[in-house]
Design a protein around this ligand. Sequence first.
Ligand SMILES: [Zn+2]
Length: 219
Amino acid sequence: MNIVILGPQGSGKGTQARLIAAEYGLPHFSPGQLFRSEIEKGSPLGRQVADYVKRGEIVPTALAESVIQERLARPDTERGLILDGFPRLQEQALQLDRIMERLGRKVTHAIKLDITDATAYVRLTGRLECTNKSCATSFHQALRPPAAAGLCDKCLSPLAPRQDDEAGAIRRRLEIYHSETEPLANFYQAKGVLHDINAERPVDEIFAEIKGILGKPVQ
Ligand SMILES: [Zn+2]
């Protein structure tokens, strides 16, 4: 099973990716995580990626492709993998197809988590984050409130709204999602692997539907 998860921020992509990973014993990653781990390893690829990240520039397509392919070629992905946050653009969907083809695989499931823009705002603006950078635990005013208001459960540092959750930033991300990422549904629909899921429901209901689609884990 090679699964991509599509959905706007606030749709619960990361949460569902983690649940699927645990249930089916599959590795899950996002390009951001892959870039960070290459940089930490100090690999030749990581050093190239670090040059762009340090300058605040976008990692070029060819370099990103090398990093993703290197990770997808490792033995722990033999039974499958879950990609969260990639692809976001048509160009990246084609890129992922090329990588998969070189590895003799293909995307078997594109799971699209649908929420309205209004829900995305409510969920995103409720997000809080620990101000202690080395902790950075996230909380949510409604869904995961801290035990003591305004303080991190783990390190007792003050909590602050997540920096990137300003309304303008949310609006821009949703616009980009609708114009660039949402059209990927058609791309995966044409391949017969798209599953649209109503993500306006509790986490366990959404996950139950996903399990119904993916079937029983192979023991
Ligand atoms: Zn903390």
